[in-house]
Write a new protein. Structure first.
Length: 560
């Protein structure tokens, strides 16, 4: 698998790489990395970075590392590590032997910090968090130097060693870079390089360390240690690039990767803030990280999205330096296109209404054939059954309707898909006046054909009552009703935009019996209903999750 060059020909990162290769920069090597922090599950925004980093490496016959930036043990754990590896593999990429953890470099990182101290470029600071904030200044006012900034090299070395030994409490001291407190870039105002963290067990290093390096210190050194040529990250790290370069310029390391920023994925009706996604999980607004309403890769997979559809979506939106908001219809369109070509068709009745064929023999059952895909003969055919009692969807019948209603009415005719033409003769109601059954008659001469001059109102799907299976169907919709639910840090506002109708569970559905033998994760088009995927957690009754409707229903809603 490789990137479709025609879809990314205007990718500015490709232009940079092409120029670097022509100038023999990095000896013509292309080495990228995907560096997630294991503090949550990957989401659709990460998919853009995965497709970019792994795809470019494949396209240029280079390498791409999977590296976990695991420097904050308070929020990280092995569950997230395992989930991230599974997601990257599922998307179609493999890192081979190039699996790394930033924690692999903790000793080297510590020694590089010692080097900065020895060069007079780092110091141990005793200011607390609030004091540090006040000393830092503002965007319009320069910061003030810490009163501990002029400590001697020997004192800083001693204090840093004692920090490592665990002699100080959390927050009592930090190691800071000595750069420029008057810099217009706030990231260069003596940023913190190390902080103290007691009482946590790191998922890789256990309790070996009680000081942990900051991301901005760890990241460039990890890139350099791995001989990365192009360090690709999103635009919010553009202001961090001077610090990235400063660190590498001031330690004894041969490799100096080039940091290149691109715009992050802002997808409408979606939240990709890890903090907010974590709250949704912790507060049980959703049923875990892989809830099919979540924008996580695990959630999309469980909902029925395919790796090919997600990769294609990432190709369609492209790579730019301009922040924009991507319509969620682009993602839904990509999965519709994929499933329309590859999903087998089945008939499922979501809201069953019994139909009794009055002129059909009681003891007869016919085996009919239906195509698994109307445009792909190679996908073969399946057997369906026809008998005296059938089910149709309740929405496919009205006692009376105008000519625009193309389904069954009293005295009217419709074709049952892949079967016969039927006419509704009698409507059966219960004591409350609710319709409980229809008595219909069928025309045995209409199997697979329409007699000349005969018009029927439409074609509807159905299921044979004697050869069906009960299933549960989950109708998922967008988790938020607002196109920009994440445009505020106000958690109350973001919660108020949750869609109360994001999930409907239907427990009385009936389906072709063949669905009983389907596998977890298998995709189908339920004819006239949408695309569905068998869930992984069904028990006695098969459960199917709606991936996406056949058409964009929200476009009509938003126009009203």
């Amino acid at each position: 698998m490789s990137l479709d060059k025609t879809s990314v020909k205007n990718n500015f990162i490709r232009h940079i790489i092409d120029e670097d290769i022509s100038n023999n920069k990095n000896a013509g090597r292309v080495a990228t990395r995907f560096p997630p922090e294991p503090n949550g599950y990957l989401h659709i925004g990460h998919a853009k970075s995965i497709v970019l980093n792994f795809g470019l490496a494949q396209d240029y016959q280079g390498t791409c590392n999977l590296r976990f930036d695991d420097t904050n043990p308070h929020k990280e754990n092995s569950e997230f590590v395992d989930a991230i590896k599974e997601d990257v593999h599922w998307l179609g990429y493999d890192w081979g032997e190039r699996l790394y953890f930033a924690s692999d470099y903790f000793e080297k990182l510590y020694q590089f910090a010692v080097e900065l101290i020895e060069k007079g470029k780092a110091y141990v600071c005793d200011l607390d968090a609030e004091q540090t904030r006040l000393y830092r200044g503002t965007l319009t006012e320069p910061g003030k130097e810490s009163p501990y900034r002029q400590r001697s090299i020997d004192e800083n070395l001693d204090l840093f060693q004692r920090m490592r030994k665990g002699e100080f409490a959390d927050g009592e001291r930090v190691l800071r870079a000595k750069i420029d407190m008057a810099s217009s870039n706030m990231n260069m105002r003596d940023p913190t390089l190390y902080r103290i963290r007691h009482g946590v067990v790191h998922h890789q290093t256990g309790i070996s360390w009680c000081i942990y390096p900051m991301y901005d210190f760890t990241h460039p050194i990890s890139d350099a240690l791995e001989n990365i040529s192009h360090s690709l990250c999103t635009l919010e790290f553009a202001d961090h690039r001077p610090l990235y370069d400063w660190i590498l310029d001031n330690i004894s390391i041969a490799c100096h990767p080039q940091q290149i920023e691109f715009s992050r994925l802002n997808l409408q009706y979606t939240v990709v803030s890890k903090r907010k996604l974590t709250k949704l999980v912790e507060e049980k607004v959703v049923d875990g990280w892989d809830d099919p309403r979540m924008p996580t890769i695990a959630g999309l997979r469980r909902r029925g999205y395919t790796p090919a559809a997600i990769r294609e979506f990432c190709h369609r939106i492209g790579i730019t330096k301009v922040e924009n908001s991507v319509e969620i219809e682009m993602l839904e369109s990509a999965v519709r296109d994929d499933l329309n070509s590859n999903a087998m068709r089945r008939m499922v009745v979501l809201d069953p209404l019994k139909v009794i064929i009055s002129n059909y023999p009681e003891d007869k059952t016919e085996q009919l054939q239906a195509a698994n895909h109307p445009q792909n003969e190679a996908m073969g055919k399946r057997e369906i059954y026809f008998s005296k009692v059938l089910y149709i969807d309740r929405s496919d019948f009205r006692e009376q309707a105008n000519k625009k209603y193309k389904r069954l009415i009293t005295g009217g005719e419709v074709r049952l898909r892949n079967a016969y033409v039927i006419r509704c003769d009698t409507v059966i109601k219960d004591e409350q006046g609710e319709i409980v059954a229809l008595h219909c008659s069928y025309d045995p001469d209409t199997l697979g054909k329409n007699p000349q001059g005969r018009k029927v109102r439409g074609v509807i799907h159905w299921v044979c009552a004697t050869h069906c299976v009960d299933i549960t169907v989950r109708l998922y919709d967008r988790l938020f009703t607002h196109p920009s639910p994440d445009d505020s840090d106000d958690d109350n506002l973001y919660r108020s935009r949750l869609n109360p109708d994001s999930l409907h569970i239907l427990t009385t559905c009936v389906a072709e019996k063949s669905l009983l033998n389907s596998q977890s994760g298998e995709h189908f088009q339920f004819e006239r209903e949408g695309y569905f995927c068998r869930d992984k957690d069904d028990q006695n009754t098969p459960v199917f999750n709606r991936t996406v409707t056949l058409r964009d229903t929200w476009a009509k809603i938003e126009k009203k």
